[in-house]
Design a protein around this ligand. Structure first.
Ligand code: VGL
Ligand code: ZN
Length: 202
């Protein structure tokens, strides 16, 4: 068992990111078994849940003439346009049915503001609007976080970099993650995480 100052943060293990999902991450389902095993080691477990209103501004469907996976500019910076996914209350937004969700004490929903996306579980994509997760972890006395889930190059990456910047000792267990890998995003994410001081373990 890990010390009670360690937290496991499980990022977006939701149906839409798994097989046959609206934004399926290749081999995404493969993260469920290792994450369930890891959950047995931690006393503090947080699940994040991508949770968009219908018609969210990150959906390509809201940008006439634009296609999923294209890049656009938002007031807060560049934004990839995604297929409609993780719509609040939909089956696609639900956690993978085999994930041991009952082990978690906290479910953090993000991406619920119509005009801004939130890859990170700590800050929305303007990098300044807080989700409240930092306060939750600090209130529980957490100093070290381990991140796993989907997708390694987007939400896991942004969450890990923010965690490290906030001063948490931060580890990503790569074998319990899968990536989308859009135009070299995986390599860029690995470089960015290393620079931020995130430890990547197998
Ligand atoms: C994610 C794209 C859009 C993720 C969420 O969980 O990595 N990626 N929304
Ligand atoms: Zn999303």
């Amino acid at each position: 068992m890990r010390p009670e100052t360690d937290a496991l943060i499980v990022i977006d293990v939701q149906n839409d990111f798994c097989e046959n999902g609206a934004l399926a991450v290749p081999d995404g389902d493969a993260v469920v078994a290792p994450i369930n095993r890891l959950m047995a080691e931690f006393q503090c477990i947080v699940l994040s849940q991508d949770w968009h209103p219908a018609g969210h501004s990150s959906f390509a469907s809201q940008h006439p003439g634009r296609a999923p996976f294209e890049l656009t500019q938002m007031p807060y910076g560049p934004q990839v346009l995604w297929p409609d996914h993780c719509v609040q209350g939909s089956a696609g937004a639900a956690f993978h049915p085999d994930l041991h969700t009952e082990r978690a004490q906290m479910i953090l929903r993000k991406g619920f503001r119509p005009s801004i996306d939130s890859y990170s579980a700590f800050f929305e994509n303007d990098h300044s609007t807080a989700t409240g997760l930092e306060g939750y972890l600090r209130s529980r006395g957490i100093s070290r976080v381990t991140l796993v889930g989907l997708a390694l190059d987007f939400c896991v990456n942004f969450s890990a970099v923010d965690a490290a910047r906030l001063g948490f000792e931060t580890e990503v267990i790569v074998s319990a993650c899968r990536a989308i890998d859009l135009d070299g995003s995986l390599g860029a994410a690995q470089t960015g995480m290393s620079k931020a001081g995130v430890r990547m373990t197998a």
